[in-house]
Ligand binder design. Structure first.
Ligand code: ADP
Ligand code: MG
Length: 262
């Protein structure tokens, strides 16, 4: 059976300011969804709220995944359950290689996942040899140079390299639903291309993806099954890839009746 992430009437605020105002969304394992919307529409707030970031308070609504109320879970419990929420912390850790970081992340998320009951009776952490083999395979799949994994985490990484590290983490964790927020910063065409290539390589019947972007030419790089438009803290339109094409030519104007833009 496919896992489904269901978001019902989600309302969330940041620093007492209401941002998400009744958001509904359903993502099934195996589907690629894109949320597009102008700056300030609440896209990142949605990603952070789904991730369980402490700064974002849920005021109302529900989020369900595999029979669990996601909003009751800590971020690491959400990861255990099979959600991947790309962390965009630009922390750099000199002395910690990307490979070692990934090994720790995989052990933390998957160590007890398969057949586990949370009491440590599940599958033990992958041994080093198996881990290295899988890392090598994933890097080949993503056409990444093997030397990349030997670099220190985020140290001196360009914006594109940070994206690459994020995608590699997604590849290694093999989530059922991955949520990727493309921050609306200047360099995002390159970043989006890296993310899109990764998503295209990794998406399949076992992985659902929600890619969040304000970049309207998304379809040049990725083929989502569903496109949603977000404005004023709600999903205001949903459709297929043709909706992204329409946004490319028309922009967001027709969705903005007096709501905030950049
Ligand atoms: P988007 O990702 O669509 O550009 P955001 O979710 O980042 O939109 O922001 C939505 C609104 O929430 C904006 O008005 C923004 O100023 C506000 N906001 C977001 N994060 C914070 C924060 N950490 N502190 C205060 N205001 C925030
Ligand atoms: Mg954002």
């Amino acid at each position: 059976m496919k896992s489904v992430l269901t978001v019902k009437d989600l309302q969330a605020s940041v620093e007492d300011k209401a941002i998400l105002k009744g958001l509904n969304l359903e993502i099934k394992q195996g589907e690629v969804h894109a949320i597009m919307g102008p700056n300030g529409s609440g896209k990142s707030t949605l990603a952070y709220t789904l991730m369980g970031h402490p700064k974002y308070s849920v005021e109302d609504g529900e989020v369900w995944f595999k029979g669990q109320n996601v909003l009751d879970l800590s971020p690491d419990e959400r990861a255990h359950l099979g959600l991947f929420l790309a962390f965009q912390y630009p922390v750099s850790i000199p002395g910690l290689t990307l490979a070692n970081f990934l090994r720790t992340a995989v052990a933390a998320v998957q160590g007890e996942k398969v057949g586990g009951n949370g009491n440590g009776n599940g599958k033990p952490a992958m041994d080093l040899k198996a881990f290295r083999k899988r890392l090598g395979e994933k890097m080949d799949l993503l056409q990444m140079d093997q030397s990349f994994a030997r670099r220190y985490l985020n140290e001196g990484f360009s914006g594109g390299e940070k994206k690459r590290a994020e995608i590699l983490q997604m590849a290694m964790l093999e989530p059922e639903i991955a949520i990727l927020d493309e921050t609306d910063s200047g360099l995002d065409i390159d970043a989006l291309r890296i993310v899109a290539n990764g998503v295209n390589a990794l998406a399949g019947p076992k992985m659902g993806v929600l890619i969040i972007t304000h970049y309207q030419r998304l379809l040049n790089y990725i083929k989502p099954d569903f496109v949603h438009v977000m404005a004023g803290g709600q999903i205001v339109d949903s459709g297929g890839p043709e909706l992204a094409l329409q946004l490319e030519s028309d922009g967001y104007d027709r969705y903005l009746h007096g709501s905030e833009t950049e």
